[in-house]
Design a protein around this ligand. Structure first.
Ligand code: S5P
Length: 247
């Protein structure tokens, strides 16, 4: 078992928070500000560092300092999707050097187990999340694909910590939950207090629905960082996610 799993489960219990915030803001400086504001409420801050206009190599160092002080993990949502050799380089090299700082990363299983081996080759201390499902309307993920992704995770459980799931097909997520066993975790985006969608195909379900279907962690982006007061909004999602998990 990857030790990141135990670390994350401890944070969730200590902070009574299964909330991950997706900081999809195009300014690294603003992400650091957001992390200061909401850091006490979350178990994970999820980044897309390739959307920053102002990325500098000290961004991960600064975010790490906040993460350690406020006790949350950093998830770089790079969604690797290439041959093993290429993802190994994308993970370790370039401007971002993700392997040096991300606690969690994710990858598409579509390319086969070589992607897990390629990422493992460059891995230092990260845990890998495989995408078993996705949230957008019209996505091509099937039940068979999700279940094969679970198999791939299980034979690589030294490194893989769990799955991205979606309440969009709750019956599939429940099957993933059963097959995943106790250790592997399910991370579910597409969450808003009011269900619905956006104008680019995203689908939203409530924290309660995601947790009922087997989510261990709920991922909320615009529902929190676009609010007038992200901190009090994060508290609402934290409470909703935690209470649902206690039922
Ligand atoms: O299927 C997915 C997988 C992911 S990781 N659907 C998603 O929405 N995500 C990510 O979750 C997406 O990249 C974004 O960072 C976040 C959802 O953001 P929101 O603003 O729609 O809550």
């Amino acid at each position: 078992m990857n030790p990141i799993i135990e670390k994350l489960k401890n944070i969730i219990q200590e902070k009574q928070s299964n909330l991950a915030v997706a900081a999809d803001i195009s300014s690294a400086a603003e992400v650091l500000e957001l992390a200061e504001k909401i850091g006490d409420k979350i178990c994970i801050l999820k980044t897309h560092v390739d959307i920053f206009a102002d990325f500098t190599p000290d961004f991960p160092t600064k975010l790490r300092e906040i993460a350690d002080r406020k006790n949350f993990l950093i998830f770089e949502d790079r969604k690797f999707a290439d041959i093993g050799n290429t993802v190994s380089l994308q993970f370790s090299s370039g401007i971002y050097k993700i392997a040096d700082w991300a606690d969690l990363i994710n990858a598409h299983s579509i390319v086969g187990p070589g992607i897990v081996d390629g990422l493992r080759k460059a891995n230092k201390n990260s845990g890998l999340i495989l995408l078993a499902q996705m949230t957008p309307e019209g996505n091509l993920f099937t039940e068979e694909y999700a279940m094969k992704t679970v198999e791939m995770a299980k034979v690589n459980s030294d490194f893989v910590v769990g799955f991205i799931g979606s309440s969009d097909k709750p019956e599939v997520m429940q099957k993933v939950r059963e097959a995943a066993g106790e250790e592997l975790m399910i991370f579910v985006p597409g969450i808003k207090l009011a269900a619905g969608g956006d104008d680019l195909g995203q689908t939203y379900n409530t924290p309660e629905k995601a947790i009922q279907n087997g989510a261990d962690v709920i991922i909320v982006g615009r529902g929190i960082f676009q609010a007038d007061d992200p901190s009090s909004e994060a508290e609402k999602y934290r409470a909703a996610g935690w209470e649902a998990s206690q039922e």
